[in-house]
Design a protein around this ligand. Structure first.
Ligand SMILES: *Cc1c(COP(=O)(O)O)cnc(C)c1O
Length: 356
């Protein structure tokens, strides 16, 4: 809000919004810039969609998405009282910031991580202090042993793609019994180590997951958190003080259907991981340094050509990757793993650019 001409400008909440990757409309483009899954959701989701009773849309959805919560609890072998569902993990994380980070002390998160964290902190007036990743972009658990108002860690981290061992995440949880530690496991299905079993050991741990990456359902907006029943109760209380019915009827139904097809889920994860490792090798041969990824994307830097140049040249060829104009990482590109066909076209384009 820069418009100082209006008399009410001083009363407006000032925010600098999060900037997501572009959603280009052009046909034939290759979109490797928002870490979406290149494969469709499970056939079980298609089937359930056919059966949706559209006349039921005249009614409000289930309160607290109860049937999806029940299904997720059974899937993960935990209690329904340990699960909270929201409109994508962005909604879940935003509600978690609002609920748990209500201290005057700063919350802690890495200097290079999901760029939505500082945005939520700002909009909710939560003080924060970034902890520098090591030079190799790894998280040093010892940095989270200071007084704070809460901790949030993406593991594996984004956009670095690097995972932290569960034992080191546990160190952070254990060192902070007086605050809530949020572990954002958006990418964990692609090879990271989860700390989910630790929700029964630590009452201050909240594990957040999403359907947007590994479950090919970014468009339905489904995310969830798992933790001690008291944490879940606190989240529900705040959420129901903002907007009771956030999850729509169709997302609740189709979210449950996705969990009925473990084989398809595992198969697609394997395909993406296999493609990732192949693309990593090919990029290394083309002169890129590639971080060890436990996600569905690669974080890469070329030895000679700047990331910005490669980004622009790829865009001219209608191939979209993500570039962050931010200190420490402004010579890196984040490349989402697409299908083998998409990645072959991507590699051919990159080869042309770096050998020109
Ligand atoms: C993609 C992403 C999210 C948000 O995903 P939703 O689509 O809102 O579920 C959260 N955290 C990280 C680290 C992500 O990369």
């Amino acid at each position: 809000m820069n418009n100082n001409k209006v008399k009410w400008a001083a009363n407006v909440r000032k925010v600098t919004p999060y900037v997501p990757g572009e959603q280009p409309e052009e046909s034939g483009r290759i979109k490797l810039n928002t870490n979406e899954n290149p494969y469709p959701p499970s056939p079980k989701v298609f089937e359930r969609h056919q059966e949706v009773d559209i006349s039921s849309f005249s009614l409000y959805p289930e309160l607290s998405a109860a049937s999806l919560v029940r299904k997720l609890a059974a899937y993960h072998g935990i209690s329904e009282r340990e699960v909270f569902v929201g409109v994508g993990s962005d909604d879940v994380l935003s509600m978690s910031f609002l609920t748990f980070f209500n201290s005057d002390k700063p919350i802690l998160f890495p200097d290079i991580t999901y760029s939505f964290y500082p945005v939520w902190a700002d909009v909710y007036r939560i003080p924060y202090e970034c902890q520098s990743l090591r030079d190799d972009f790894s998280i040093d658990a010892a940095d989270y042993r200071k007084e704070n108002g809460g901790v949030v860690i993406a593991n594996p981290n984004a956009p670095t793609s690097i995972g932290l061992a569960a034992s080191e995440v546990e160190e952070i949880i254990q060192a902070n019994p007086d605050v809530v530690v949020i572990v954002d496991e958006a990418y964990v299905d692609f090879g990271g180590e989860t700390v989910l079993p630790l929700i029964h050991k630590y009452d201050n741990l909240l594990v957040v997951r999403t359907y947007s990456k590994s479950r090919s359902m970014a468009g339905l907006r489904i995310g969830y958190a798992m933790g001690n029943p008291l944490l879940i109760q606190a989240l529900n209380d705040v959420k129901e003080s903002v907007n009771s019915y956030t999850m729509n009827t169709e997302s609740i139904l189709l979210g449950a259907a996705s969990l009925d097809d473990e084989e398809y889920f595992r198969q697609r994860l394997e395909m993406i991981i296999k493609t990732r490792e192949r693309v990593k090798e090919a990029l290394e041969e083309l002169g890129f340094a590639v971080e060890p990824s436990q996600t569905n994307f690669l974080f890469v830097a070329h030895k000679d050509i700047s990331a910005k140049t490669i980004f622009s040249k790829l865009k001219e060829k209608h191939i979209y990757v993500r570039y962050f104009d931010k200190e420490r990482i402004n010579n890196f590109l984040r490349v989402t793993i697409g299908t083998d066909e998409q990645m072959d076209l991507f590699l051919a384009a990159v080869r042309e650019i770096v050998t020109a």
